[in-house]
Design a binder for this molecule. Structure first.
Ligand code: E4P
Length: 219
């Protein structure tokens, strides 16, 4: 499973990319707001740090404006992925950009039919929002299951499922069990993937015992 960071925080990205475990980054207008920095500057900087795909979301509305903005965003760096909302205009722009070999991430996906249309529009990625679906008392992972099942029926579809709006490590585990191509995680959740209390206490015990071994050898 590819792991993307869902953040526009340069410090988090600089801290975690050197792990070699991060395949890309996704941003959205809310994350750009939190970064408190100019949109294109942040995207350019992230693209320089991250060798993989970096999603930058269009903020304009209407087919013509979104298409023009998408083309502009794609010029920032070769690894920019143009993120588009799952609306009719977004799907039309996705199709146009795909025909120009510009990578796209169709976002705000909340149903299997939306995902199917994103794939038909030639999206590179489609982002179903697990956590936000859970928030309205519907099973977000159930949507992932439906999309995986549908896409598996059509092996010629090249669109990758990018599980988004991930709220805890179990979302990652369940999405991985279904074989989703990628998941985008807030940095905090990425860290939760490797932290475990038994690892911590086990290491403390080994360190203490090793200290005794050294002390005995030096006695
Ligand atoms: C995906 O690309 C979105 O940026 C993100 O996963 C949304 O997550 P949220 O529901 O936690 O805001």
């Amino acid at each position: 499973m590819k792991i993307f960071l869902d953040t526009a925080d340069i410090n988090d990205i600089k801290e975690l990319v050197p792990t070699g475990l991060i395949n890309g980054v996704t941003t959205n207008p809310s994350l750009i707001l939190q970064s408190d920095r100019p949109f294109k500057t942040v995207i350019r900087e992230i693209c320089e740090i991250v060798p993989g795909p970096v999603s930058a979301e269009v903020t304009s509305s209407g087919y013509e404006n979104m298409l023009a903005e998408g083309r502009e965003l794609a010029k920032i760096a070769a690894n920019v992925v143009v993120k588009l909302p799952l609306t009719m205009d977004g799907l039309k722009v996705c199709r146009q950009l795909a025909m120009s070999n510009i990578s796209t991430n169709v976002t705000l996906c909340f149903s299997a039919t939306q995902a199917l249309l994103a794939a038909k529009a030639g999206a590179t990625y489609v982002s179903p929002f697990i956590g936000r679906i859970d928030d309205v008392s519907v099973d977000g992972l159930g949507l992932i299951f439906d999309i995986v099942t549908i896409f598996n029926q059509y092996p010629s579809l090249s669109t990758e499922i990018l599980a988004a709006s991930i709220r805890h490590p179990l979302h990652v585990v369940e999405a991985a069990k279904m074989g989703v191509s990628a998941a985008t995680l807030p940095p905090k959740i990425f860290k939760q993937l490797y932290e475990h209390p038994l690892t911590k206490s086990g290491l403390a015990q080994f360190d203490a015992d090793w200290g005794r071994v050294i002390a005995a050898q030096n006695a």
